[in-house]
Design a protein around this ligand. Structure first.
Ligand code: SF4
Length: 186
């Protein structure tokens, strides 16, 4: 069994927080396990819980569209969430749930060894970049930490609610793709 398979099995059997009681499926991750470009959201929603795949449904379709619009695709990156199980009614993940689950994301990250991490949405950016991260003001900014380039974009579900945020988000994706090419990641 590979380390990826072993980790997937552990996550599938996890009962470390209350969300194990209400999940339909664990949502482990999707994409290329050899990718150096890692997108991280906060938690599965209803469609993700039903399918076991991250970022499906309308928001996921929009993420796919944004990726393809800049020459990327789901198959050329890796996509995961901080939480592997859906919070009921899509509420924000609780701090204790994030703490319980984030070791799995850390192990995914250790296996992938990404060069670029893109936080998708406020909660991922606050957890992974800065607890005081202001997504509306700081999306598209870049930092380098322990050899990993990190940035954040607005969550596609926020773009579905506010169409005016799509052009700046598209520009953020243009820059992500530019840096990925510059780093020979794609
Ligand atoms: Fe385990 Fe994470 Fe699911 Fe909680 S959300 S039960 S920690 S896999």
């Amino acid at each position: 069994m590979t380390e990826w398979e072993s980790l997937r099995e552990q996550v599938g059997a996890c009962t470390a927080c209350e969300l194990c009681r209400t999940r339909t499926n664990v949502v482990f991750g999707d994409g290329d396990i050899h990718a150096k470009l890692l997108f991280i959201g906060e938690a599965p929603g209803e469609q993700e819980d039903l399918s076991g795949i991250p970022f499906v449904g309308a928001a996921g379709k929009l993420l796919d569209d944004l990726l393809t619009s800049v020459g990327l695709s789901r198959e050329r990156v890796y996509i995961a969430n901080i939480l592997k199980c859906r919070p009921p009614n899509n509420r924000d993940p609780l701090p204790a749930e994030q703490e319980a689950c984030i070791p799995f994301l850390r192990r995914q990250t250790a296996l992938l060894q990404p060069r670029i991490i893109v936080c998708v949405g406020r909660i991922a950016a606050c957890k992974l970049i800065d607890p005081d991260f202001r997504i509306m003001r700081q999306h598209g900014e870049w930092i380098e930490r322990r050899g990993i380039l990190m940035t954040a974009v607005l969550h596609p579900s926020a773009l579905l609610r506010a169409q005016q945020n799509r052009p700046p988000t598209y520009l953020d994706f243009v820059e992500i793709a530019r840096r990925a090419r510059e780093e020979n990641l794609i």
